[in-house]
Design a protein around this ligand. Structure first.
Ligand SMILES: [Zn+2]
Length: 124
């Protein structure tokens, strides 16, 4: 399932060398992510009964991703990942005293922005 060098370069340049999700300019280390996962199930189910979709291994479905985005998305469907990212602010407020302290001193401003991926902003 490895991409050929030229194919990998094609994926890297899909969004001008930026991560398709967060928009950071990709360096030497980046991942070719499957937008629709080859292993569709995620979480506990994936370990128990992975549903494989090898047909999703094609260039049209490949997205250039920075390492943190790819590791975070893993095999999640895009909308599930979007919700999960959006939920980080609640998690920080509920479970992270350092975050709450920094917020109480005005160092952090929550914007309430919705999660919009880079590839949605630039639309090919
Ligand atoms: Zn990214």
């Amino acid at each position: 399932m490895r991409l050929k060098k030229a194919e990998r370069e094609q994926v890297r340049l899909k969004y001008g060398g930026h991560c398709a999700y967060c928009g950071v300019l990709l360096g030497d280390r980046w991942h070719a992510d499957h937008l629709e996962a080859v292993r569709r199930n995620w979480g506990k189910e994936a370990k128990l009964a992975p549903a494989l979709s090898p047909e999703n291994h094609n260039l049209a479905n490949m997205m250039p991703a920075c390492v943190p985005c790819n590791l975070s998305k893993h095999a999640m469907p895009l909308e599930a990942w979007r919700e999960w990212i959006a939920g980080h602010v609640n998690s920080l407020n509920n479970y992270h005293p350092i975050y709450r302290l920094a917020k109480s001193y005005g160092l952090i401003a929550e914007t309430g922005a919705s999660v919009v991926f880079y590839f949605e902003k630039v639309k090919q």
